[in-house]
Design a protein around this ligand. Structure first.
Ligand code: CTP
Length: 425
């Protein structure tokens, strides 16, 4: 297929060289736009897909071109946009065949209510619908990002169409909720570009944890001294959140029990916020029976003040400092790992060890002490707050190093390791 710009178009805006995590490297996405105000978000989505390493070929309907110009989409993707089945650029005059054969996936974002109805009936009176009908259904997935007014979305006809499109093999990525361009508030907004990007990346991830329910603890805990002061630590929660995301990408149902952190919840993950170690313990205890994998990444405070003062402790001017007594917090991982389900193998437990020195020896000792089949060691001061890390996996067979990489990449590798151990049980 031709990728040259039409000769009457001079393109002086080309996609910049972007720092990319490369999660979509090698993927060719055909991004279809049907008519709707959410077309403005498709520009950012195209840019985000390119940034992750995908090549993006935009196909727009006539209605979509009323909302955003093909020039904008061409500039962002570096490829001329297709808008018509009569496009003379294709030597064989079969743009619908050529475009659909090259795609690793077709993503229609926004997909209007009218367009869903059209796809449902297999109509093919414009290039985008023609291409969807002509796609090899087994090898080229069709992903839809609906976008419409809340009444249109809730209408039985739309819901019926959504269900039938899914039954016909399309993947419906869901909708957002909130204020809509029409001034009303409700369900039906197109998902944000970042959410759609995460869904597309997850779509391509190997589904090694389907059927598993992964429970993850993450972040620090906060142990109150009085209503305004407390003891905490430098854990950012990034590793645990990356693990929750990676487990979800791999197809697991995921519950994330998070201490006080400022991180957004990964797509599709159920999150429970807690503050103290005891709250984390209670939140885990209430959910662990439903889990098949428990991954304890949280930096749980080992001790808490024996009694938190009900009122702020005041300086009395005497120079006397308050005397704090401490009691030990429950060990969440050790408690869970000692349970019958964990010991029988029905619950696979993974512990983390944040050490400052002698990583291998300390991590081996901690694996035995906590009675977990797999313990992941890292150097605490070198990782807290960082976006990358290096890990050491310890199990009964020995140890295995995971080279320094982003926490998300390490989390994905770790989930593959967990999946391999689950399938060998
Ligand atoms: N952990 C836990 N509950 C605690 C303490 C730790 O669930 N009260 C978990 C952590 O989430 C981690 C593992 O146990 O998975 C190891 O935590 P770490 O603090 O490194 O170990 P400790 O047992 O506290 O040992 P030490 O502080 O002496 O290194």
């Amino acid at each position: 297929m031709s990728t040259q710009a039409p000769s009457n178009l001079s393109l002086d805006v080309v996609p910049e060289t972007l720092d990319s995590a490369g999660d979509l490297a090698g993927k060719h996405i055909v991004l279809g736009l049907s008519g709707g105000i959410a077309c403005y978000k498709a520009a950012e989505l195209a840019r985000a897909l390119v940034k992750e390493g995908a090549t993006v070929q935009v196909v727009m309907t006539e209605a979509a071109a009323q909302f955003i110009t093909p020039v904008t989409m061409q500039a962002l993707t570096g490829r001329p946009v297709f808008t018509s089945q009569w496009d003379a650029r294709e030597p064989n005059s079969m743009a619908h065949i050529n475009l659909s054969r090259e795609a690793d996936a077709i993503l229609i974002a926004p997909c209007s209510a009218d367009y869903m109805a059209k796809l449902l009936h297999g109509r093919a009176d414009d290039l985008l619908s023609l291409m969807c009908l002509a796609r090899p259904i087994q090898s080229v997935p069709l992903l839809l990002a609906p976008a419409m007014n809340r009444e249109m979305y809730a209408h039985p006809a739309t819901q019926r169409n959504l269900a039938q499109l899914q039954a016909d093999g399309a993947v419906v990525l869901g909708v957002g909720s909130g204020f809509q361009a029409c001034g009303e508030t409700g369900d039906g907004r197109m998902l944000e570009p970042g959410e759609l990007l995460a869904d597309v990346i997850a779509f391509f991830a190997p589904k090694s944890l389907v059927g598993q329910h992964v429970l993850v603890t993450a972040g620090p805990t906060y142990e109150a001294i009085d209503p305004v002061r407390g003891i905490t630590n430098l854990s950012s929660g990034k590793m645990g959140f990356a693990i929750a995301r990676a487990a979800r990408e791999a197809g697991a149902e995921v519950t994330l029990v998070a201490g006080p952190v400022h991180l957004s919840t990964p797509r599709g993950v159920a999150r429970v916020d807690v503050k103290s170690a005891r709250q984390m313990f209670d939140a885990v205890s209430a959910r662990v029976d439903a889990a098949t994998v428990f991954i304890a990444t949280a930096a749980v405070a080992d001790w808490r003040p024996a009694a938190a003062a009900e009122q702020k402790i005041k300086k009395d001017g005497s120079g006397q400092v308050p005397q704090l007594a401490f009691v030990e917090n429950p060990d969440i991982l050790a408690t869970v790992a000692a349970s019958g389900r964990a010991q029988s193998g029905a619950l696979f437990c993974v512990g983390f060890a944040a050490e400052s020195h002698d990583l291998l020896a300390h991590a081996q000792a901690k694996r035995l002490k906590k009675r977990v089949p797999l313990l992941v060691g890292n150097i605490g001061p070198a990782t807290f707050g960082q976006d990358d890390n290096a890990l050491l996996l310890i199990d009964a067979q020995g140890s295995q190093a995971m080279e320094r990489a982003s926490k998300l990449q390490l989390a994905r590798q770790l989930m593959a390791q967990v999946a391999a151990r689950l399938s060998s049980v």
